[in-house]
Ligand binder design. Structure first.
Ligand SMILES: *[C@@H]1O[C@H](CO)[C@@H](O)[C@H](O)[C@H]1NC(C)=O
Ligand SMILES: *[C@@H]1O[C@H](CO)[C@@H](O)[C@H](O)[C@H]1NC(C)=O
Ligand SMILES: *[C@@H]1O[C@H](CO)[C@@H](O)[C@H](O)[C@H]1NC(C)=O
Ligand SMILES: *[C@@H]1O[C@H](CO)[C@@H](O)[C@H](O)[C@H]1NC(C)=O
Length: 344
């Protein structure tokens, strides 16, 4: 029996149109459904078609929240940004409460567009400052827009709240700007500055100078583990990391390890290295490990062996007493440290 005999052209037509309707229906994502969330940021052009449009203006906020939550491909983020601009025509008119929801959609904002954005609310700046994956051009343009719209505030006027809000944008200012920040404002915002990524070295050096000021944390030789937890990546800007007491390194969190340059790692003493927590040691990248000398590698291996064994079989082996800080940092409780510090 041949195909043409069992299926008349009319039936074939109906079947095909039914399938295509079905297909369209399945492919259509909505911002209030599970399907978009399940995609986990892996979206195609068709997936995001029409999600953000004038017809669906009441849904835009929900769409932005859902779409901005996970890393997006730059191409997809660009399309989403273009759709959002289309709803409001000039980017200048996008409401700030929508800008605050962009998250990973920020990856798709062309650098010049930042100059159009309305940034009058500190919460808007805080939401942009929180995102970490800007290109240099985007960051420079965002910085310029903030400077223009907040021109009445110089660096010495910035409060700790301003610094915390600026976040990643601080890495786009020049070193004389950072040097003019008040050490006390830096100190109160230290935790927010401790995890900036890809900051130019000359900026990190200025922050380290602020950290060593008497109005901030003072001389590094007196820094405690809790202070190191707060200072984080800024220790990479110190002239002499060896001045820090070895046991203070118990406070350095795993997430801050990626900021340590090879120079700083190489300058650390064996004793300092052996006070790093197990999670910090585990967070070292291959390139970082490769930059260490033999004695330093021995020290981190010892940490891995001793602390790893204790955790694995619940019995203490050679190192019987753990300091509280080692436990706290191993258990990844920086928020606990920071919140108890802030309550002081
Ligand atoms: C957007 O609105 C149109 C027309 O009201 C509707 O057909 C479509 O399903 C909506 N899209 C989403 C993602 O909700
Ligand atoms: C930004 O502003 C400039 C000048 O006001 C305008 O020409 C441009 O179209 C705007 N860009 C967007 C994306 O709205
Ligand atoms: C963040 O940006 C860098 C380059 O600037 C890129 O290599 C990396 O893949 C980005 N991360 C994500 C999750 O997209
Ligand atoms: C540093 O930046 C400020 C404003 O951000 C600018 O006024 C100043 O001229 C710059 N200084 C140098 C040395 O580039």
């Amino acid at each position: 029996m041949q195909f043409s005999n069992i299926m008349s052209p009319r039936w074939a037509y109906l079947l095909i149109s039914f399938l295509s309707v079905l297909h369209k229906d399945l492919a259509k994502l909505r911002c209030d459904g599970d399907s978009l969330i399940k995609k986990n940021g892996k979206l195609s052009k068709e997936d995001i078609d029409d999600l953000i449009s004038i017809d669906n203006q009441s849904q835009i906020k929900m769409c932005l929240v859902v779409l901005g939550k996970n890393p997006l491909e730059t191409g997809i983020a660009e399309l989403l940004w273009r759709d959002l601009v289309k709803v409001y025509k000039p980017a200048d008119d996008i409401p700030e409460d929508e800008l605050q929801l962009l998250g990973w959609i920020s990856a798709g904002i062309p650098a010049p567009d930042f100059m159009n954005l309305s940034l009058t609310d500190i919460d808007t700046i805080a939401s942009f400052g929180k995102w970490r994956n800007y290109s240099r051009e985007q960051l420079m343009s965002l910085k310029q827009a903030i400077e223009d719209q907040w021109s009445y505030k110089g660096p010495s006027d910035l409060s700790n709240y301003d610094l915390a809000a600026l976040g990643q944008v601080l890495c786009a200012f020049n070193k004389s700007y950072i040097a003019a920040i008040k050490p006390m404002a830096y100190k109160a915002a230290a935790a927010d500055i401790s995890n900036l990524v890809n900051c130019p070295q000359e900026i990190v050096k200025e922050f380290a100078l602020l950290a060593t000021s008497r109005d901030a944390f003072g001389d590094p030789s007196g820094w405690t583990a809790i202070q190191i937890a707060l200072i984080g990546c800024v220790i990479d800007g110190l002239d002499s990391v060896r001045d820090i007491q070895p046991d203070a390194f118990e406070g350095l969190s795993a997430s801050n390890m990626q900021c340590l340059s090879n120079n700083v790692l190489q300058a650390m003493s064996i004793e300092q290295i052996s006070h790093l927590s197990l999670s910090a040691v585990n967070a070292l990248t291959y390139a970082q490990r490769s930059s260490l000398d033999r004695e330093q590698i021995k020290a981190i291996q010892e940490t891995a062996n001793t602390l790893g064994a204790v955790l694995n079989d619940g019995r203490s082996t050679s190192r019987t007493t753990w300091s509280t800080m080692t436990l706290v940092t191993y258990l990844q409780l920086p928020t606990l440290i920071i919140s108890s510090y802030c309550r002081l």
